[in-house]
Design a protein around this ligand. Structure first.
Ligand code: PEP
Ligand code: MN
Length: 264
């Protein structure tokens, strides 16, 4: 299989502008769960940039459990993301929810995110793969590592070698946290595949005060980077407020991340 270490021993390094993902120095993707307005996104984009983040995240098309919840600004959100990239120089990552939106999302974004709920949407994996853009595949909430790697394989089989994996927590019997961040899977994936692996302790825990310890644990487990949700006012966020760091807490986490990276 194309994703396997048997096929390729050396780590895949994905270049986005002059940033390297999987090149040995962990990368941090940070930003709000949802793009809510230009003011909101630009404020957080400048804050995460100043704190040392490498990539700006933000959802314009949101997969929500309830159809009545905020489902994103759509193309307007993509335009705001592009404006934030212009102002900060940070590359952007945003989710494509379905095959219809892939072309539109690809026109704006540097990296296409495929969400956990879509991990086995094989038509979407192929459509996104065919854009040639780097694709980050989030692990399904009840997918095995093998199924996750086979999802990546669908993209690789289109000829697109720029695939990133993201562990974002799985559903278990535990209810103390939103999901269970499976750091075993990070270490297992690093052994089985040459593709970069990102840890997402925001969705992996669902609680802002658990994000820093699990972010550091993810890097210690061998992750090539982190995805962290950040909001200027988490209590008023349109989605995932309870797991979002405010600007100050994110800056403090980045200091700890730098100290850990220096020690690893
Ligand atoms: C997100 O990144 O905001 C998101 C919806 O993630 P997941 O697909 O992991 O739930
Ligand atoms: Mn979210």
């Amino acid at each position: 299989k194309l994703a396997g270490r048997e096929f390729q021993q050396h780590n895949t390094v994905i270049r986005v502008g002059d940033l390297e993902i999987g090149g040995g120095t962990p990368v941090v993707m940070a930003g709000p769960c949802s793009v809510e307005s230009a003011e909101q996104l630009l404020s957080t984009a400048h804050a995460v940039k100043a704190a040392g983040a490498n990539i700006l995240r933000g959802g314009a098309f949101k997969p929500r459990t309830s159809p009545y919840a905020f489902r994103g600004l759509g193309e307007e959100g993509l335009k705001i993301l592009a404006q934030a990239r212009e102002e900060t120089g940070l590359p952007i990552i945003t989710e494509a929810l379905n095959t219809r939106d892939v072309e539109l999302v690809a026109r704006y974004t540097d990296i296409i995110q495929l969400g956990a709920r879509n991990m086995q949407n094989f038509a979407l994996l192929e459509e996104a793969g065919q854009t040639g853009k780097p694709i980050m595949v989030k692990r399904g909430p009840s997918a095995t590592v093998e199924e996750w790697l086979l999802a990546a394989e669908y993209i690789l089989a289109t000829g697109n070698r720029n695939v990133i994996l993201c562990e974002r927590g799985i559903r278990t019997y535990e209810t103390a946290t939103r999901n269970t961040l499976d750091l075993n899977a990070v270490a297992v994936a690093k052994r089985r595949t040459h593709l970069p692996v990102i840890a997402d302790p925001s969705h992996g825990t669902g609680k802002w005060y658990l994000v820093a310890p699990m972010a550091l644990a993810g890097l210690a487990a061998g992750a090539d980077g982190l995805m962290i949700e950040v909001h200027h006012d988490p209590d008023r966020a349109s989605s995932d407020g309870p797991q979002s760091l405010n600007h100050l807490n994110f800056a403090q986490l980045m200091q700890q991340v730098r100290r850990l990276i220096a020690a690893l």
